[in-house]
Design a protein around this ligand. Structure first.
Ligand code: JF5
Length: 274
């Protein structure tokens, strides 16, 4: 897979040289190229922002450097991908933004099947909307959100999206089974995990996990996944496909929903103003 990232802070992306993703790049499973937006300015101060038309706070990223940067991504990527994806290859442009579509494991899987992704990292109040409109005349363009909070720029979101996508590429993770048995692969959160020692600071590992009864362990883990999902993510619990639940799942889910009890790590819900 080819990935291009355009940013005014290329060093943010240095973290993608580490660990699993760094190794994937060395093995050429992933060709990740980072481009400095300021290299596509032409003024002495390498200016990338200007005041918003219509007024309001903050600054907006100017369209001209973005247009040139994305033209460069097109040309550089096409050369790199020559032969792999044909003469008319274009990237799928992803634009991190609090106003984007939710980034999910499902979207990560879809992106991992594509040959070429590009990321545009906005800063300030965002990128002039015409940059996205112009790119959309040639490329697929998708604004993506990591969640309902605001970051200072798209770079940290790109780190998360690239990691979520790259680890799904063939050969990047040694144990393919660890990709299947993961949160969000089947709509349930993961079960709690423990390692040695069996007792630590007065807290014991649940006895069933030491029992050697594989059937009982599997059932306990399944129950914990259902309970945890109901407690922490009522939105996911409500969306569970009934056909994917067995009778025991349905009982655990109903019990948990009837008696939320001690939701160990959940804060009190915020008071609702009237
Ligand atoms: C960004 C303008 C981009 O803040 C985010 C973000 C939040 N969830 N997902 C992404 O992106 C950075 C900030 C302001 C454009």
């Amino acid at each position: 897979m080819r990935i291009d990232v355009v940013t005014i802070f290329p060093e943010y992306l240095d973290a993608l040289r580490l660990s699993l993703i760094g190794r994937a790049r060395e093995q050429e499973l992933l060709d990740l190229q980072v481009h400095d937006l300021r290299d596509f300015t032409h003024d002495r101060h390498r200016t990338v922002d200007d005041t918003p038309y219509g007024g309001g706070p903050g600054m907006v990223m100017r369209p001209e450097p973005w247009g040139e940067a994305l033209d460069h991504v097109q040309a550089a990527g096409r050369t790199a991908l020559a032969g792999v994806s044909g003469e008319d290859a274009t990237p799928h442009l992803l634009v991190p933004s609090p106003s984007g579509v939710p980034f999910t494991q499902q979207l990560a899987r879809e992106l991992a099947a594509e040959p070429w992704l590009a990321f545009a990292c906005g800063r300030y109040e965002g990128i002039d909307e015409r940059v996205l409109d112009d790119a959309a005349q040639r490329w697929r363009v998708t604004p993506v959100s990591l969640g309902d909070y605001v970051l200072n720029g798209g770079e940290v979101a790109v780190l998360a999206v690239v990691e979520a996508v790259a680890r799904l590429l063939p050969g990047v993770i040694g144990n393919a089974q660890s990709l299947v048995e993961e949160s969000h692969e089947d709509g349930l959160l993961e079960y709690p995990v423990y390692t040695k020692p069996a007792s630590w600071r007065g807290l014991d590992v649940p006895a069933v996990l030491l029992s050697g009864h594989h059937g009982a362990i599997a059932r306990w883990r399944r129950d914990e996944r259902v309970r945890r999902t109901a407690r922490r993510r009522p939105d996911l619990a409500a969306a569970l496909d009934d056909a994917a639940l067995d009778d025991a799942d349905r009982r655990v889910l109903a019990d948990q929903q009837a008696d939320p009890g001690s939701a160990r790590f959940l804060p009190e819900p915020p008071a609702v103003a009237d």
